[in-house]
Design a protein around this ligand. Structure first.
Ligand code: ARG
Length: 461
């Protein structure tokens, strides 16, 4: 007969298919060390409430230490009859402390407040690791920006040529979005740093235990305000799943650009051999698999978020077994990011940009037309008329198959008398970029300032 935590009022053990359905060990075993940390804290509050003697507390803590060592070195493992990590570790404790002592630890706690607490502990640690991985991606982008502080590139909207920008400006845009997700993880942590331990099954404990002491020992800021909410809410998991999905989406956007940039048609950049793959049949191929896996895995992380939200929807208070389904989606998203973040940092940090090609393409597609219009505005022409005149320049250049800078003085004058030869000052990529000198703009000194602020933020995390 398996050591069940709840078997006494039943005349038979669970049916095989019932037990198979119930089993969560294959994914909650990773919570074992958090479970043991929770048990230590719980033993101490039982002792303080007079429910364990000094000797019993020492015996309990010794047994928990031994159990932890045995878990870490693999001497103690779970068996399927354990159902979940809490059951397995109680069995392990009773093996080591004897049932008279080991059986005392369960007083005043439930797997419901345990799992709600351990889930928060696990995700809080994971959030720190993920934030570190995101910062490594940010560092790779900054290193590329630093390698190319003044290189222009075509800036695009609708994927069409729009206005020239600095490559560094473009790369730093991705760092801003990534860093907002690090901020989100920190905000999330503040809300998640409350401990449900002491909530019991839902109603709280009658044994004079001190939830604040457990919370503090486990690294939380405070115990939960409401034991029903503490055992039943999983918005901490859903919010975590959102932030990691958002990180996935951001990586996917960078990845999509790398995929486009490394085509022969764009030719903006080349992938390092270590961060690309070949083809089993086409010897010439160099494929952006890292970027494609980023794009693909982001879909999976969005699915994990959507699935978790659907699981939580319409559950009555308090704990329901549905909540066991909160773990695999977030564990999976964490596992995907743990694979993806270092690979993205490696791929992005080792891209080789073809800055000559980027510079040559920067003025393509009449991307300096806005500069003509804004030059006219500075000369006192209303923007409406200026826009029209610049548009007429584009039409004239397009008809002749030349660039804006190739129009003659006479052609300019015919379009608008305000278009004097001085307009040529802004018909260079460097002139255009330098002119966008407002805060946050693409002018080199503004980009350099922004780069310094990003670096400072990274250092402050
Ligand atoms: N394994 C469960 C979970 O992950 C925790 C145990 C609570 N089970 C119960 N029947 N009350 O949510």
């Amino acid at each position: 007969e398996p050591t069940s935590l709840w078997g006494s009022r039943f005349s038979s053990g669970p049916a095989e298919a019932m037990a198979a359905l119930s089993l969560s060990l294959h994914f909650d075993w990773r919570l074992a060390r958090y479970d043991i940390a929770g048990s230590r804290a719980h033993a101490r509050v039982l002792h303080r409430a007079g429910l364990l003697t000094d000797t019993e507390l020492t015996g309990m803590l010794d047994a928990l230490d031994t159990l932890e060592r045995d878990v870490v070195d693999g001497t103690f493992t779970s068996v399927p009859a354990d159902e979940d990590v809490h059951t397995a570790l109680e069995r392990g404790l009773i093996d080591r402390a004897g049932s008279a002592l080991g059986g005392k630890l369960r007083a005043g706690r439930s797997r419901n407040d345990q799992i709600a607490t351990l889930g928060r502990m696990y995700l809080r640690d994971a959030a720190r690791l993920i934030a570190g991985g995101v910062l490594d991606v940010v560092a790779a982008l900054i290193s590329q920006a630093d390698r190319h502080p003044n290189a222009p590139m075509p800036g695009r909207t609708h994927l069409q040529h729009a206005q020239p920008v600095l490559l560094a400006h473009h790369l730093l845009a991705h760092t801003q979005a990534l860093l907002r997700n690090v901020d989100r993880l920190q905000d999330w942590d503040r809300r998640t740093a409350v401990s449900p331990y002491g909530s019991g099954a839902l109603a709280g404990s009658s044994l004079g235990l001190d939830p604040a002491a457990v919370a503090e020992e486990l690294g939380f800021d405070a115990p939960v305000e409401n034991s029903i909410d503490g055992t039943a809410s999983r918005d901490f998991a859903a919010e975590f799943a959102f932030v990691v999905a958002m990180i996935g989406v951001e990586l996917s956007k960078v990845a999509e650009e790398v995929i486009i940039w490394t085509t022969a048609e764009f030719g903006y950049a080349t992938l390092d051999d270590a961060w690309s793959t070949g083809s089993s049949i086409m010897p010439q191929k160099k494929n952006p698999d890292v970027a494609e896996l980023a794009r693909g895995k982001s879909g999976r992380m969005i699915g994990n978020l959507a699935g978790l939200l659907a699981t939580l929807k319409a559950q009555p208070l308090a704990y329901n077994r549905d909540l066991q389904e909160d773990k695999e989606p977030v564990f999976d998203s964490i596992a995907q990011l743990e694979l993806l973040l270092p690979a993205m940092a490696g791929m992005l940090g080792t891209l080789t940009f073809d800055t000559d090609r980027l510079a040559a393409l920067a003025p393509a597609g009449f991307s300096l037309a806005t500069d003509v219009a804004e030059w006219l505005v500075r000369a006192g022409v209303p923007f409406r008329d200026a826009h029209e005149a610049a548009g007429a320049c584009v039409r004239a250049a397009e008809a002749r198959g030349v660039g804006l800078e190739d129009l003659t003085d006479a052609e300019f004058a015919l379009i608008s008398p305000a278009l004097t030869p001085e307009v040529r000052d802004v018909l260079t990529v460097a002139g255009s970029i330098a002119s966008r000198d407002a805060y946050g703009g693409t002018a080199p000194r503004r980009v350099a300032e922004q780069r310094d602020r990003v670096v400072r933020r990274v250092e402050e995390y």
